[in-house]
Every structure is written in C-alpha cells, then in structure tokens.
Design a protein. Structure first.
Length: 229
C-alpha cells in the first residue's frame, strides 16, 4: 500500500467514524458512545485487524492533531466578545486558575508516586488537565512521553464531561461562573464543549480558564520538571 493511499484511507476512516459516531451519540447518549470514547476504540480495533502500526497511522494523520492548536485558539473569540464578564470577575478567575493548576499537577504526581508508577508516567500525568496542544508543549519541557500525555488528556476530558453535572449537583454548585471555571480547569477542551451546552456564560468562562491554565502550565513546566524530580 502506497503512502498516498494509506494517508487518504486514514483520513477518510477517521472522519467517517467520527461523524457516524456523532449520529450514534444523538440517538443513544451513553458514556460508551461518546465520540471521544467510542471512535478511538473502533480505530484501535481497525488498526489491529488491518495490521497498520500506530506509528504509520499517527504519521499519516498528525496534521489532524496539529489542527487542535487553531481550534483551541478559536475559543478566544467568544471570550473577546464577553470581556465584561472577565473584567467583573478577573480576581476570582485568576485565583481559580492558579489553584487549579497547582492542585492538578501536585495531586497527579503525588498520587502516581504513592502508586509507585514509573517516573515517565508521573511526568506525563502532571499535565493531564490542560488541553492537548499546551500539554504536549509542557511535556517536552519536563520530560513527559507525548503518546502517554495525549492518552491521559483524553481520559481526563472524557471523565470530566461524564461526571461534571453529577459533581455540581452533589456539591450544590449553581453559579454559572463556577461551573464554567471547573469544567475548563479540570477537563480542558472536552469540558469546555460541555460547558457551552450548559450555557453561554459557562462556555465563555470555561474557554478563558482552559487557555489561561494551559499557558500557565507551559510557562512553569521547566520549574515543575526541575523541582519535582
């Protein structure tokens, strides 16, 4: 199979499965059929059955991963359009982002150490709560493994989408600001998509917190790598 044919097939199958999965999820809204869960499972099965290596697949579809960067930046548009909300709550949002990044990094690393996981996994888990483009950039600086980082980011996002509403209900969180900030800080892009389903204010706040948390983590990544290992 030539590289061109393999590239076209990988592209067509990935997009085709994703859009088919979205239609399936509209029909049956369960955790298993969420596009971020079911599509990767089917892709893995197909790669195993067709004996296409992961390296070949990711090599032919790496530009889809690259598109995560522009799509993340696109979240800045609604943030710009709602600057009044940000100016009104900038102190609370700044404190929340700083707290979220600190808790996410330290809790992930120390839990991994308690479970005696290898250092490579510890470094990869440290950036699990920020969106993929920022997580990969931060992982390079602190020695994380890119493939593991991407996996942990996806798992974190899916988990946040799945249990976010339940946690808000159990903790009696009613503030749109708090819901958006929580989803953006803990579950990055997936959480932000969920936040926009809850309401425009939740989505705007989630977008802002997601981007700020990502930038802050990338900036302090060298310090994390230096002082935690």
């Amino acid at each position: 199979m030539t590289d061109l044919i393999l590239s076209v097939l990988c592209f067509a199958v990935t997009l085709g499965l994703y859009y088919a999965n979205k239609r399936l999820y509209r029909w049956r809204r369960t955790l298993l059929f969420m596009p971020l869960v079911f599509t990767p499972i089917v892709l893995v099965v197909l790669l195993v059955v067709t004996r296409v290596s992961y390296q070949d697949y990711i090599g032919e579809t790496h530009w889809l991963l690259w598109l995560l960067g522009p799509s993340t930046i696109a979240f800045a548009v609604p943030v710009y359009e709602n600057m009044a909300i940000i100016r009104r709550h900038w102190i609370s949002l700044s404190a929340g982002v700083l707290t979220a990044v600190t808790v996410a990094v330290f809790s992930s690393v120390w839990l991994a150490r308690m479970l005696t996981l290898p250092e490579e996994i510890q470094r990869s888990l440290a950036v699990r709560s920020i969106t993929t483009p920022f997580a990969l950039a931060a992982a390079k600086q602190e020695g994380g493994q890119p493939d593991l980082v991407a996996l942990f980011v996806v798992i974190t996002g899916v988990f946040g989408m799945a249990v976010g509403d339940l946690l808000f209900l159990r903790l009696a969180v009613r503030s749109a600001l708090a819901k958006g900030a929580g989803l953006g800080a803990a579950s990055h892009g997936a959480g932000t998509a969920k936040a926009y389903l809850l309401g425009p204010q939740e989505g705007v706040v989630s977008s802002l917190v997601m981007m700020l948390a990502g930038v802050l983590t990338v900036v302090i990544a060298p310090l994390i790598g230096r002082y935690m290992w």
